[in-house]
Design a protein around this ligand. Sequence first.
Ligand code: NAG
Ligand code: NAG
Ligand code: NAG
Ligand code: NAG
Ligand code: NAG
Ligand code: NAG
Ligand code: NAG
Length: 400
Amino acid sequence: MRLPVLSATTLALSTRALADTNNITDAATTQSRALTAANTLQTWYNSATGIWNTCGWWNGANCMTTLANLAALDIDDTFNDIARSVFANTFAVAATVSNPIPAKGNDPADYLSSNGTGYYPATDGVPTGAANTSIWLDGSYDDDLWWGLAWVAAYDVTQNADYLDLAEGIFYHLSNAWPSKCGNGGIDSNYEHVYVGAIANELFLSLAAHLANRAEDSAFYLDWADRQWTWFRDSGLINENNTINDGLTNDCTNNGQTVWSYNQGVILGGLVELHQAMNDDSDSSNSTYLDAAAEIAQGAITELADDNYVIREVCEPANCAPDRTQFKGIFMRNLKVLHAASPNDTYAKVINASAESIWANDRNDANGLGVVWTGPVDAAVVDASTHSSALDALVAVIEK
Ligand SMILES: *[C@@H]1O[C@H](CO)[C@@H](O)[C@H](O)[C@H]1NC(C)=O
Ligand SMILES: *[C@@H]1O[C@H](CO)[C@@H](O)[C@H](O)[C@H]1NC(C)=O
Ligand SMILES: *[C@@H]1O[C@H](CO)[C@@H](O)[C@H](O)[C@H]1NC(C)=O
Ligand SMILES: *[C@@H]1O[C@H](CO)[C@@H](O)[C@H](O)[C@H]1NC(C)=O
Ligand SMILES: *[C@@H]1O[C@H](CO)[C@@H](O)[C@H](O)[C@H]1NC(C)=O
Ligand SMILES: *[C@@H]1O[C@H](CO)[C@@H](O)[C@H](O)[C@H]1NC(C)=O
Ligand SMILES: *[C@@H]1O[C@H](CO)[C@@H](O)[C@H](O)[C@H]1NC(C)=O
């Protein structure tokens, strides 16, 4: 059984204000493209599993985040209702039906720092959500944190406190895993405590910063976010080109591994939220967090954008499935957040060019979107992951 998809009448959007200061494709067109693609995404939604057929558990969190970001723009009532139904259904069934390794997540021992003494100060108490959160954990710390951010995004649309509680509960478990063996901070990639990777650490920072702007105990989360950023900044993960490599070596130095687009993205959204939580916004040109984000964004664009400003992944076209097909959209989603906080024409060009190229060159007859944004679309690799990732770009380009 599937939830209803958008009706044809919904897609025939009324004409909206065409004025667009950036001369990007007019507002009505960007909106109807995103709604059309959201409609396609919902053909994969499986209400029995609470996630999307053809892609995996962590991708599901990103599909949901994309829908939430579109719903947050509040451009179509029918779509907003569908997004809310998805949140409610996924909240009810996904963890019990679809979490791949619930046994790991259910064992608190898998969430203890490898140095034997987690940082979490007991005096701060345990957030109410934590009691029932463990079913969302699977032992891969990044997977857990993607869901944490997805529930924050759903909370932003609905103001449903259960979603925020769940995000806090997820953060609580992950905070027990801090610090890693490197630099007396950060978290490992998973319960095996072997690898310190960039992504789990960016997500940990971003979730803490998001919670600082939303949860009751703002100061508590702000402290975590700032401490995690200080560690991350000094960890060696950011290289001389202001890009972020995949992780650290056994000796806790930059391992020089691939500069994946999502690792240049999550950090941007985290730093913007941290900037906002710090009330460091009296002069956005004078924020150390926004300055750091701008350097990383520029480093990423230099490395990942082609001559026409379209973002690509080094694994393209053949070696991205199943996980890496998700990455570029995550970069776009977060570049948009940075652009909103600290506008820059270069970011606008990247967002516009990527969204335009996807629509023109990387779309099949069913409005399914592929992995290589310059095209041509390869029907064999269009799935809910490639599609939701491209949808992130179509959502990012909507001016609001
Ligand atoms: C947008 O288009 C208008 C009218 O064609 C033009 O005057 C303006 O300079 C353009 N703005 C940008 C940023 O290109
Ligand atoms: C473990 O981390 C805590 C908190 O950062 C720190 O105080 C302690 O020294 C660390 N222990 C070891 C053995 O590294
Ligand atoms: C956790 O779930 C159980 C069983 O559904 C429920 O009885 C309990 O109230 C929940 N606890 C919290 C803190 O939500
Ligand atoms: C920085 O960029 C240059 C030029 O693309 C490249 O040769 C070098 O390997 C990069 N450094 C790192 C640490 O990635
Ligand atoms: C701006 O920068 C100046 C000089 O570094 C510093 O003294 C001031 O506190 C900064 N203001 C803000 C709001 O960050
Ligand atoms: C936009 O980004 C480019 C590249 O980093 C930079 O040179 C430029 O100063 C930025 N513009 C503004 C207005 O910050
Ligand atoms: C947006 O992309 C379209 C299609 O590539 C291009 O014609 C237009 O100039 C771009 N606009 C901006 C502001 O970059």
